[in-house]
Design a protein around this ligand. Structure first.
Ligand code: GLV
Length: 320
């Protein structure tokens, strides 16, 4: 079978070697080619990160497309337009959960230990111990409890903060092979405002869909308690940046750590860059790891070959 890789961000040989190794372990005969270099070559399976629409439209033999990341918001519209019958499959954790948990844990502790306040005091050479909130009242809320949300929530739970979550369906997440159950209240999205009112820290790990676009606007963000902290490491467009800035300037919100933005790269003159209560990283919270991703994709291809449905098939109707 022929596997096309379209990933301009990664040297092709890394994908080729990792895929060949895992195919060998599964006794699958594969031929892997670089679609960026050979755009006219036809593939049975495509592994892609932001491929051009023309390339996808020119692929006539695809049995499945694998998204080389967690979020499919960029790829789904192309699939709808050019390959509507072909299943789109996303990575499920594949080493990204631990990175996301690290990122969120750091930001939660940054907020809890009032590091922005100490930075402001340091700037004036002021030695002033500040009051530390009781941990039991410092609820950390996860908006979105997919693979990334669950990994981060488990870590924060292990750090002994109270956790809560809000998801589309409001159903609790059970224990999985990868870890323990989520042990906290889970609100349905219809109770978003009630959920937000309980979050000292809000962690946004939503997929970007028609339902989540602009969900965190002024009305929603102002439900957060005074001084609350916002972490967004899902998709930028779920949160209205100007509304966040307004609420920071009105001192309703205490600060934010942001990895994702409405426009990426964040434009050089954007006011978020210089805001004293905002920390910015350039969409690096959880990056695709070639080894674990290749292993997972080959296992999913093996499942397809057996006629089984692998995990991670995107529901085009829901958008994730
Ligand atoms: C990164 O944002 C991803 O979707 O994997």
């Amino acid at each position: 079978m022929k596997l096309a890789v379209w990933d301009p961000d990664e040297p092709f040989r890394r994908w080729r070697d990792a895929l060949a190794q895992h195919a060998g372990e599964l006794r699958l005969a594969v031929e892997v080619f670089d679609a960026v270099e050979q755009p006219d070559e036809q593939a049975d399976f495509a592994l892609v990160w932001k491929p051009p629409a023309e390339w996808l439209a020119g692929q006539q033999e695809l049995r499945a497309v694998f998204n080389l990341g967690a979020g499919v918001d960029a790829l789904l519209p192309l699939m709808r337009a050019h390959a509507p019958q072909v299943p789109l499959i996303r990575l499920e954790d594949a080493g990204m959960g631990r990175q996301m948990a690290d990122y969120v844990a750091e930001a939660v502790l940054h907020a809890y230990r009032r590091m922005d306040d100490y930075a402001a005091l340091q700037a004036h050479g002021t030695w002033e111990p500040l009051v530390l909130a009781h941990r039991t009242g410092f609820g950390v809320g996860f908006l979105g409890l997919g693979h990334m949300g669950l990994a981060a929530a488990r870590r924060v739970q292990a750090m002994e903060f109270p956790v809560l979550a809000c998801t589309r369906s409001g159903t609790p997440r059970a224990a999985t092979a990868a870890g323990t159950a989520f042990d906290g209240p889970v609100y349905g999205i219809d109770r978003l405002y009630e959920f937000l009112a309980h979050c000292r820290v809000l962690v946004v790990l939503l997929p970007l869909t028609a339902d989540t676009h602009g969900l965190l606007d002024y009305g929603a963000l102002s439900q957060l308690p005074r001084g609350a902290y916002v972490i967004n490491a899902g998709r930028g467009a779920a949160l209205r940046e100007q509304d966040l800035l307004d609420l920071l300037d009105q001192q309703h919100l205490g600060g934010a750590t942001l990895d994702v933005f409405e426009t990426e790269p964040l434009p050089p003159d954007h006011p978020l860059w210089s805001h004293p209560r905002v920390r910015i990283t350039p969409h690096v919270a959880a990056q695709t790891l070639v080894g674990p991703a290749a292993a997972q994709i080959m296992r999913k291809i093996a499942a397809l070959e057996r006629g089984d449905a692998p995990g991670g098939i995107v529901d085009a109707r829901l958008g994730y």
